[in-house]
Ligand binder design. Sequence first.
Ligand code: ADP
Length: 151
Amino acid sequence: FTGKTGSELLTEKVKKFKVREFQSIPIVVNESASVYDAISTMFLEDVGTLFVVDKNTCLTGVLSRKDLLRASIGNQDLTNVPVHIIMTRMPNITICKKDDLLIDAANKLINKQIDGIPVVKESEFGNEIVGRITKTTITKAFVELIKDDNF
Ligand code: ADP
């Protein structure tokens, strides 16, 4: 018996959750892709957030569902609108690293009111994208806490 309360044990457990253990594969499009291509990718890959990369697979932007919806209102030809025109771009992108605590990434999702955060690794070309954390990731971690309940 450790003498710790249930909530102390829970806190300990949550603070062991790292981004690297929960991150999923990032779905990316090239910055030269069209809005039409991005919408197709979003459906085919079944994700709500796409990350935009340059030729070195470094992060340059983010595309949400609403970014793409907004660009689709009106009658322009979406195959002729490049995503870099409508994306949220660096340096205004909220990022995280694989060694960050998952709870810190979760706080960023809430504070910035966004659905996803790219996991990046600094390379010689910029922020190389290696993963993603989304609201679904946090839901999975929440369920994980209860699964092997040992407190
Ligand atoms: P939706 O627009 O579908 O509600 P979000 O809430 O994730 O999805 O996105 C809201 C806005 O924030 C969008 O314009 C999007 O480009 C931007 N955004 C999404 N993720 C990030 C991020 N990690 N960093 C900065 N901006 C982001």
